[in-house]
Design a protein around this ligand. Structure first.
Ligand code: GLC
Length: 822
């Protein structure tokens, strides 16, 4: 691991830094290109380049310093069928161009430079005039212009600022090399996930760039020189996609159309998760479950870390510690808990064991260059009894993935609800690089290659195999997989947690830009270890982390082996009460959270959003990373500093409401908010609908609960609410429920129209409770349902002391309109 900005150690990096330009050959002059469909193909003695309109808003550039392109294959890309390109192509002597409805790509032949403008002529992306595309040995790279008004975001799971140019435009260099980074600091790079994708925002207009190359890659964002952004890889093709917005949300939508989207998670996985390294034996697990229920702290999932295994070997149960896992899991289910188990991709090399033997038979393991099975030490080498090295599934081989997938039956037969894939960078206990020897051989889907090419996608392909295996075992249920390592496109298979963070304030603060960066890079189901993994947090830090974690899409508490107890009740009664309240809030908001996750599954736009995603035109949002939006409507400003008595909150333009008091606040300004340990500052955008329910102890208690809809009036606004059974895959066949909610303010009255239900699913009988933040100076006089006046309080409607007017109806799923009159 190295630190951001001050690179010293990482393999290969030194070369990049010192050889920033010296030693690189430039592509030089190109003769006029050949047209091939929607592409222009250029060739000279140094290489081949194709510039292709994949769709009207997506351009793909491919360069190889050879005479021909290799196999057109990608582990990241899910679909290239992204709509018509309808490119108009012109070939000239000095310049050629490729124009679509959205983009104008102009290519100068000598020296070879690409410049992209939008249809209105705004520059989007331009090769650096001096450098452009270059190569050095097997390395490929492109230098692009970086202007002072360009902000850069994304790059997946990264430490440092949300804005990747750094705080003072000093720039930074980011390496893509999945790395086991135990106890990482808030400036360590690289970490576990590699996503070679960034987004540029310039004066409200955004585009994205995705480098589809799995080798170690490097992104220099204004670091080596402030006016250049350079990226490239150690080997393979310079194969990148330029994705036009102009809205940043549109960039994510299109990037995830290309690399795939998170499937809708099971609803239970959006509840609270309790983990530690490790809960054992069985009596301890039951004790933890009892505590949650008896202390009335909601939770859905308990996790088992490596101590449930026999000698840390996956696909075993330590029968001393867990004599009857099936019964234990059934008992937990009876109390509304699910169990997730860790499953590391390193079975022990143990002739005679069913996993190892069946893997050998399926020829499913990574090989040494001499063809023997590769073995190396990981957890099973640390076993107290009979330690031994591990072997590693070759997930780049379809038969290897199938084999691994079939092993999921071991867990599903016992009723395990989800799979936790850790150590899949892959991590190996061999210094100094802590990963497999890079000369090992992979199948690479039929074109054998080595660790240099496959390392970065090992985690992605591991989760693909787990996900597909779970789906095969339980075809009617949504698989749940959590991973530590992944690559671009990994959102299709697993949620991500950023590994072994520290139990300190810096790590809490760093989690926000890191998780938002993942979201901007297509990975929306994310959450850091609450309380911090390495070392022990203070009570105050845990409580602040729990409050921020309410809005992590994945909300899990976890800590390392040997640390003190780290459960919501481990810090005294005052903290227990505040931690409970935070988790209760999570459960109250689950209808809203589920709705936002559904949106993410359909558009790629994450639930946890930086402000710049919703307000790209507002320069004051561009670098905010200590507050965020959840969906478009909730602005959350968690307290991130020890003993804080206040914090400042920037509210963008428009009107806002304090979530807790209903008080109105004006936007376009920074507010100072007084805080106590109990405070979790949340603000609601005027025009919002917030979908809630009463507190439940777990998601199994949701059926029959009232649906509460808090309406925050603006001149007019609308929202959609999505619901389904939360668990099955029937929603893919339309078994779901979507309704449109519209509100309008006119002449002092507020009207709320609820549209007819779409889709074939209906919840069990329940109440619909509409709560309207009444803007009038005095209580309303009349509430009408259609033309029918509702009985005055205390019958049909009621003004509350908090300024909200509440109307209770039975939820009937037909269209209706409610009017509240002054
Ligand atoms: C790794 C994981 C951590 C886990 C531990 C033991 O350090 O990141 O979450 O608890 O391994 O399995």
């Amino acid at each position: 691991m190295r630190r951001l900005v001050t690179p010293v150690l990482a393999l290969g990096w030194l070369f990049w830094a010192t050889a920033a330009h010296a030693g690189w050959d430039s592509l030089g002059a190109m003769p006029a290109p050949e047209r091939q469909g929607d592409a222009l193909v250029f060739k000279n003695a140094q290489g081949i380049v194709s510039v292709q309109a994949v769709a009207s808003d997506i351009v793909r550039v491919r360069f190889s310093p050879t005479t021909a392109f290799g196999r057109d294959h990608s582990y990241a890309v899910a679909s290239r069928d992204l709509g018509p390109a309808e490119a108009r192509i012109e070939v000239g002597a000095a310049r050629s161009s490729l124009k679509t409805a959205a983009l104008d790509v102009s290519i100068r032949h000598d020296p070879f430079r690409i410049a992209v403008r939008d249809a209105a002529g705004h520059p989007i992306d331009e090769d650096d005039p001096e450098r452009g595309i270059g190569f050095a040995g097997t390395q490929v790279k492109v230098w692009k212009k970086l202007s002072p008004d360009q902000y850069v975001y994304g790059l997946g799971e990264k430490n440092g600022r949300l804005s990747k140019r750094g705080p003072h435009w000093g720039g930074a260099t980011y390496v893509m090399w999945t790395t086991d980074a135990y106890d990482y600091a808030d400036d360590t790079d690289p970490l576990y996930v590699s996503i070679p994708f960034y987004m540029v925002l310039r004066q409200g207009r955004a585009h994205g760039v995705f480098l589809d190359n799995t080798h170690r890659s490097v992104f220099d964002v204004g670091h080596e020189s402030t006016d250049r952004l350079a990226f490239g890889a150690e080997d393979g093709e310079l194969d990148y996609y330029l994705i036009y917005g102009p809205e940043p949300k549109r960039v994510i939508d299109r990037y995830t159309a290309l690399t795939g989207r998170m499937p809708l998670p099971p609803r239970w996985s959006l509840g609270f998760h309790q983990c530690r390294y490790s809960y054992y034996p069985e009596s301890k697990v039951r004790f933890i479950a009892d505590n949650f229920r008896e202390r009335r702290i909601p939770a859905d999932v308990i996790w088992l870390d490596i101590h449930y295994l026999e000698g840390y070997n996956p696909f075993t149960w330590d029968k001393q510690r867990f004599p009857d896992p099936k019964q234990m899991i059934a008992d937990l289910r009876g109390r509304g808990f699910r169990l997730v188990t860790i499953v590391d991709p390193h079975p022990k090399q143990q002739p005679g064991s069913w996993v190892y033997d069946s893997g050998l038979k399926a020829d499913a393991f990574v090989k040494n260059p001499d063809g023997s099975v590769h073995a190396a030490p990981v957890w099973p080498s640390n076993a107290e009894q009979d330690p031994g090295p591990s072997v590693f599934p070759d997930f780049s081989k379809p038969a290897g993935r199938d084999w691994w997938g079939s092993l999921m039956k071991f867990y599903t037969d016992d009723g395990v609800a989800g799979i936790w894939n850790d150590m899949n960078e892959p991590a190996v206990f061999v210094d100094p690089f802590h990963t497999m020897d890079l000369d090992v051989r992979f199948d690479n889907e039929g074109q054998p290659s080595d660790g240099r090419e496959l390392h970065n996608v090992y985690g992605l392909l591991n989760t693909r195999a787990s996900f597909e295996g779970l789906l095969k075992q339980r075809p009617d249920q949504r698989p749940f997989v959590l991973t530590r390592a992944t690559f671009a496109g990994g959102q299709r298979y697993a949620a991500v947690w950023p590994g072994d963070n520290q139990a300190d304030w810096g790590a809490l603060r760093a989690s926000l830009p890191m998780l938002m960066g993942l979201g901007l890079s297509g990975v929306s189901f994310v959450g850091s270890d609450i309380g911090g993994f390495a070392k022990a947090p203070t009570a105050e830090l845990v409580t602040r982390w729990m409050q921020a974690g309410v809005f992590y899409p994945f909300m899990r508490m976890h800590t390392e082996v040997g640390s003190p107890d780290q459960e919501p009740w481990s810090y005294g009664t005052r903290h227990e009460a505040i931690n409970r309240r935070a988790i209760e809030l999570r459960y109250e908001l689950l209808p809203h959270i589920y709705n936002a996750m559904h949106e993410a599954s359909g558009t790629g736009v994450p639930a946890l959003r930086p402000l710049m995603l919703e307000y790209p035109e507002d320069p004051r949002t561009l670098q905010i990373q200590d507050q965020f939006l959840f969906g478009a409507d909730l602005l959350v400003a968690p307290v991130l500093h020890q003993e804080a008595a206040q914090r400042s909150v920037y509210l963008p333009q428009g009107d806002w409401y304090d979530f807790w008091t209903g008080r109105r606040l004006s936007g376009d300004t920074t507010h100072r908010v007084a805080v106590s340990l109990e405070s979790l500052p949340i603000f609601v955008r005027a025009g919002a609908f917030v979908f809630r329910q009463p507190v439940v102890q777990h998601t199994g208690e949701m059926p029959g609960q009232p649906l509460i809809v808090d309406v925050y009036p603006a001149a007019s606004s609308e929202a959609r609410l999505y619901e389904d059974d939360g668990e099955s895959r029937d929603y893919l066949k339309g078994v779901s429920l979507t309704r449109r909610f519209v509100q309008k303010r006119a002449g002092g009255a507020v009207s709320i129209a609820v549209g007819a239900a779409e889709g074939a699913w209906r919840p069990s009988a329940r109440e619909l409770r509409l709560r309207v933040a009444w803007p009038g100076p005095a209580a309303p006089r009349r509430v009408r349902l259609g033309s029918l006046p509702l009985p005055a309080p205390p019958g049909g409607w009621a003004p509350g002391p908090d300024g909200f007017v509440t109307v209770q109806l039975s939820d009937r799923f037909d269209a209706f309109e409610l009017t509240i009159e002054p």
